[in-house]
Ligand binder design. Structure first.
Ligand code: SF4
Length: 945
């Protein structure tokens, strides 16, 4: 028989009755102490400097700090188990008890506030005795076999038992062993080792706000896990792995790393996640040259993610050692790709490039740099195109995701980047999220938004055609028809102006052209907005009031706004909203475009754009161009080159004959794929540098094997303009090389020998020619990245742009008018298709579909269809359906739900076998040349299995 001791914070602690007497003697008084001592009252005569004495040390502190925090700050070690610096104090395990003079019993230091004059003893005989009992009881709760435990050497309980000299616990273990729960390839649960500290439950709810884990049962059956009798696999768990990170024992651990290495065997290298633009910091754990697992520091982790990751960052690493990795250069002979050595491959590339240039000039060659590669690689790539080939025909996939952001924000503010930092979102009391499925595409930023809503009461306005996960946390969800963004944005401005909610002083002092916009938005009344967008007028008015009257409101958006023929205008409209309300240039405000890929910001910064040299310096400005000509000792082309979509037109026309691609996969990512495939067949030379033989590489004449992110040094610049170090932890497979080394070999073969440039040396060159990167040296970002602009080596970086003035001087209001999407539904194609990403896959899925864990969650393509449309077409959930546009047709399974409203269907674009881009429309925004991925007309019908 067992008894339950229900402590205030730890409601599940259960012990057999024979241990209760001992527990009472040594311990129970601790609990009464917590409630008896009230140190939280505020005294009017409180001194300026408050001090407590811990052991022999006098320690100053600030009101609100706990005894544990004060001790830690002053280098005094108090052991903790259930405590975590990012979570609210729980005071559950009682390992951190201390003696306080005047207190009747021992005090829980992690949950007891320090008080001026308090005298504390952290390591007395009485304290050690109490701690020892706690640890012995915890050991008796389960089976703690350290021999094969994954946490051996990195286990808080093991360390405590050792430091307290517990050779053999006094109390016996339970007789029965619980089965391991390991039905997925990511997380293993061993409940034999669980000590019910509750850290996983609190991390899941407080930090990630996923609300999946909870306590269950009482007495000897007490446990933690997904609520409602679910498993990880059947619950709404998103496998962020935060529970694994905070587990202080070996109860939760990484499945694929099992039996491959424990703490003492593994070498950790700190680097940056290779997936999305959040740029999370993580640790590569390597043994014998192989990546075993990814971890983040359990505590004291730094920005931008402070130890949190999403499923891709934590578990999506195994593509690195996949058997499909390219290991040797390949050249096409008799229609087949044949392995050759580097010299032959480079010679073939150089000979054919020279031949094209001699025949048709340098502009017959074009290059696509990569948002996946480092700044140093991108810098060298555009330098190769401009100084070795002699063309400005260089672009990359920013053209397809945020070109309209760069153009729109540069016009409105003078700088085309995220205005505020990620950490700064914690200062917002209102979030306006539009065109961003943040919890799936930028999950760690999604958690910050959720935390703001749940813990600080921030308001959340979601404006999205789909009922995305964030809607669950939203004050308002406005569900607009795809392609009508300018209407609701102008409508919000209409309400803000007409209800007198503008920030008049800000408009007067810091902006220009307000009157023209005021006049233009008068026609966008709430009734008109409802008619065009489907957003009820009252909801629009409510949203406008919430946004305008917030103290600090932040706009976050992504490709739902940018990937339209009116993308640039929509971005300028959002800028108008911020300018009218003064929600810019202050903490918690701003216009925050969430960049999709890990280094898309850096690839733009490095000048992988046809009209801009590194640092956004125009190629057609002779003075700016002259600086690069001097630095590179050459003459550079002066006319802007072709954007990616215009390159395709020129290939079709026959004026571009050779294309170099570094780490991109346009034959899955570009719109209207059937057309793009036909265009690529016209190329005389296609060279692809990549880590896998992706859809584009399969069509190449030459394939050059590249090193992946964990195999090279360099830097990435994340969505918040933070430049961070990327570090090599393992060697590339076979003969694969970092792209910098490939480019040096190619330049050499072209008769332009470059010194073998190390990433550090390339960064020094970047420091010299890019003013906003001048102060960002490897030494300075060794521990933590810096935000550009950082013009000097003693500049602290700039987390918030436009604080005292806009980069262009005054913020520019721009008149924007609604134009319907290029293709609207009709009788033949009655539905609107919108496309995007999902949590478990990434871009063209070359990496994520080679990761066991990620594939296990989303193995196949699907089409989201509203239940009304499905019923009308007699389509059931999971049934195969054919989806057809004017450009192509694909088959996938129907996911019938109500995330999309009637008339709208959604497809992720990751899956080659049902490529959404066979359907999408290549119509372009005239300013930024971004295609309209987010709206095209389709029809759906039942398909054969
Ligand atoms: Fe990686 Fe983005 Fe996930 Fe962070 S949020 S772990 S950067 S994919």
């Amino acid at each position: 028989m067992y008894a339950v001791i229900t402590c205030r914070h730890w409601r599940l602690i259960t012990f057999a009755p024979r241990y209760i007497a001992q527990f009472r003697l040594d311990y129970l008084s601790v609990h009464s102490t917590i409630t008896a001592l009230d140190y939280t009252h505020h005294r009017g005569d409180e001194p300026n400097i408050m001090k407590i004495r811990i052991d022999d040390k006098e320690c100053s502190f600030q009101r609100g700090q706990t005894i544990y925090q004060v001790a830690r700050e002053h280098g005094i070690t108090i052991p903790v188990l259930c405590h975590h610096e990012q979570l609210k104090p729980a005071g559950a395990c009682r390992v951190c008890v201390v003696e306080v003079v005047g207190a009747r019993s021992l005090v829980v230091s992690c949950a007891t506030p320090a008080e001026d004059g308090m005298i504390v003893f952290s390591d007395t005989e009485r304290v050690r005795k109490a701690r020892k009992l706690v640890v012995e009881l915890l050991l008796s709760q389960g089976k703690h076999n350290c021999l094969t435990c994954e946490a051996n050497g990195d286990c808080v309980l093991q360390d405590l038992a050792y430091s307290l000299g517990i050779e053999r616990p006094r109390f016996t273990e339970p007789a029965q062993e619980k089965a391991l729960e390991q039905a997925n390839p990511m997380i293993v649960r061993d409940m034999n080792k669980c000590i019910l500290c509750g850290l996983c439950v609190r991390a899941c709810n407080e930090l990630q706000v996923n609300q999946v884990l909870d306590y269950a049962y009482r007495g000897p059956r007490a446990t933690v896990g997904p609520a409602f009798h679910q498993t990880y696999e059947t619950s709404s768990c998103v496998f962020c792995g935060e529970c694994v990170r905070v587990c202080p024992v070996g109860a939760l651990y990484e499945q694929q790393g099992r039996f491959k290495g424990r703490a003492g065997d593994l070498h950790k290298t700190t680097t940056v996640c290779p997936y999305c633009g959040v740029g999370c910091t993580l640790e590569l754990n390597v043994r014998n040259g192989r990546l075993i697992k990814i971890t983040t520091a359990r505590e004291s982790a730094g920005p931008p993610n402070y130890g949190s990751l999403c499923v891709k960052g934590r578990f999506g690493y195994d593509f690195l050692q996949h058997a499909d990795r390219l290991t040797k250069p390949l050249v096409r002979r008799d229609g087949k790709l044949i392995a050759v050595d580097w010299e032959q491959a480079c010679r073939m590339v150089a000979d054919r490039l020279r031949e094209v240039i001699q025949r048709s000039g340098p502009d017959a060659v074009a290059g696509l740099a990569s948002a996946r590669c480092t700044n140093e690689e991108n810098y060298l790539f555009q330098k190769f195109m401009r100084s070795v080939i002699g063309t400005n025909n260089v672009d990359h996939c920013a053209r397809l995701c945020h070109a309209s952001t760069v153009a729109g924000l540069a016009a409105s503010f003078g700088s085309g980047a995220m205005t505020n930092s990620i950490a700064d979102l914690a200062e917002s009391d209102c979030f306006l999220v539009t065109g961003s499925n943040t919890t799936e595409t930028h999950p760690v930023i999604g958690t910050i938004i959720k935390r703001g809503v749940i813990h600080r009461g921030a308001r959340l306005i979601v404006i999205d055609p789909r009922g995305i996960e964030l809607c669950r946390f939203a004050t308002l969800h406005l569900q607009q028809r795809p392609g009508t963004d300018i209407v609701w944005i102008n409508g919000m401005l209409n309400v803000i102006i007409n209800e007198g909610l503008c920030n008049e002083a800000f408009i007067h002092e810091r902006t220009e052209n307000f009157e023209a916009v005021n006049k233009a938005v008068q026609t966008y009344t709430p009734d008109y907005v409802e008619q065009v967008t489907g957003i009820p007028r009252d909801k629009l008015v409510h949203a406008a009031r919430l946004y305008a009257s917030a103290k600090a409101a932040s706009i976050l958006y992504a490709m739902g706004i940018t990937q339209h023929t009116t993308g640039t205008a929509a971005v300028k409209s959002l800028a108008n909203l911020a300018l009218a309300t003064g929600h810019i240039g202050r903490p918690g405000t701003g216009i925050n475009p969430l960049r999709g890929q890990n280094n898309v910001q850096g690839a733009c910064d490095m000048g992988c754009l046809p009209d801009l040299l590194p640092g956004y310096q125009r190629v057609d400005n002779s003075e700016l161009r002259g600086r690069f000509e001097k630095a590179w000792a050459t003459t550079l082309p002066s006319q802007p080159g072709r954007t990616l979509p215009r390159m395709l037109e020129d290939i079709q026309r026959g004026t571009i004959k050779a294309l170099l691609i570094m780490g991109e996969n346009p034959l899955l990512s570009d719109p209207d794929l059937n057309h793009v495939e036909a265009v690529f067949k016209k190329l005389e030379l296609l060279v692809v540098m990549d880590i896998f033989l992706n859809e584009t590489a399969r069509c190449a004449h030459v394939v050059l094997p590249a090193a992946a992110w964990a195999e090279k040094d360099g830097t990435y610049t994340n969505t918040e303009r933070r430049v961070q170090r990327v570090r090599r932890a393992v060697a590339p497979p076979g003969e694969a090389l970092p792209d910098t080394e490939i480019l040096v070999r190619l330049a050499d073969s072209m008769g332009r020998p470059w010194p073998s440039a190390s990433p550090a040396a390339i960064m020094q060159e970047i420091n010299a020619v890019v003013p906003s990167y001048r102060g960002i040296t490897y030494d300075r970002i060794e521990r933590e990245g810096l935000h550009w602009p950082c013009p000097t080596e003693d500049h602290p970086g700039t987390p918030i742009l436009h604080a005292s003035g806009f980069t262009r001087g005054k913020g520019l209001f721009t008149v924007t008018e609604y134009q319907p999407a290029a293709e609207e539904p009709d009788d033949q194609y009655p539905l609107v298709l919108t496309t995007g990403r999902i949590l478990y896959q990434y871009h063209t899925a070359t990496m994520s579909r080679r990761s066991l864990g990620l594939v296990s969650r989303t193995p196949e393509p699907f089409v989201e269809v509203s239940s009304e449309d499905a019923a009308a077409l007699d389509i059931s959930d999971g049934a195969p359906i054919r989806i057809t546009s004017r450009r192509g047709s694909v088959t996938a399974r129907a996911a019938v739900n109500n995330r999309c409203s009637r008339g709208v269907v959604f497809m992720p674009f990751h899956y080659a076998e049902a490529a959404a881009n066979r359907l999408t429309n290549a119509a372009l925004d005239p300013v930024a040349n971004i295609p309209e991925y987010k709206v095209c007309a389709v029809r759906i019908e039942k398909a054969a299995v």
